[in-house]
Write a new protein. Structure first.
Length: 165
């Protein structure tokens, strides 16, 4: 199992670095030393195994996200767009707060914007963050059909202008 080899190589690397937290003399660190200092099946573990595992995981991630980005030219929405939408909703979902304050202030006045707009903004922020997590988790599946967005506007930075709404 290559991941076991990589894990043991990482443990050996950390132990050889003489980090004070690992080399203190208590029962826990001596157990850690005895486990990680033992050779694996009679052979020494090298850092090359760890390097191979990291490169393998990186190539696998590139393959997965590369295939997810392949879509036909006629298709408006794709799994790659859904993934980008999910990460943007998760990272920038807080933009719903000032957007709702702005729209509520524009429609009902500054007092309503400072009170009800903030409440609406917090609610829309939570909803956008949850939709972002949902879209990241369900990126391999066409939910909803055709990779369409669950929330409108599609991206958090859209919808600030009154005419966009």
């Amino acid at each position: 199992m290559p991941w076991v080899t990589a894990y043991r190589a990482l443990g050996r690397f950390v132990l050889e670095s003489r980090h004070p937290a690992i080399w203190r003399q208590d029962t826990r660190s001596s157990v850690l030393n005895s486990i990680t200092r033992s050779p694996t099946n009679g052979r020494e573990v090298s850092v090359h195994g760890l390097r191979r595992a990291v490169v393998g995981v990186a190539l696998l991630l590139c393959l997965v996200f590369g295939v997810a980005g392949v879509a036909s030219a006629t298709q408006e929405y794709s799994s790659a767009r859904k993934l980008g939408r999910g990460f943007s909703n998760l990272g920038l979902g807080v933009l719903a707060l000032p957007r709702e304050v702005y729209h509520t202030s524009h429609a009902s006045g500054p007092f309503m914007g400072a009170t009800w707009g903030v409440v609406r903004g917090v609610g829309f922020t939570a909803a956008r963050e949850l939709v972002g997590v949902w879209e990241i988790v369900t990126v391999p599946f066409q939910m909803p059909r055709g990779w369409k967005p669950l929330i409108d506007p599609e991206f958090p930075w859209q919808g600030f202008a009154v005419e966009e709404r």
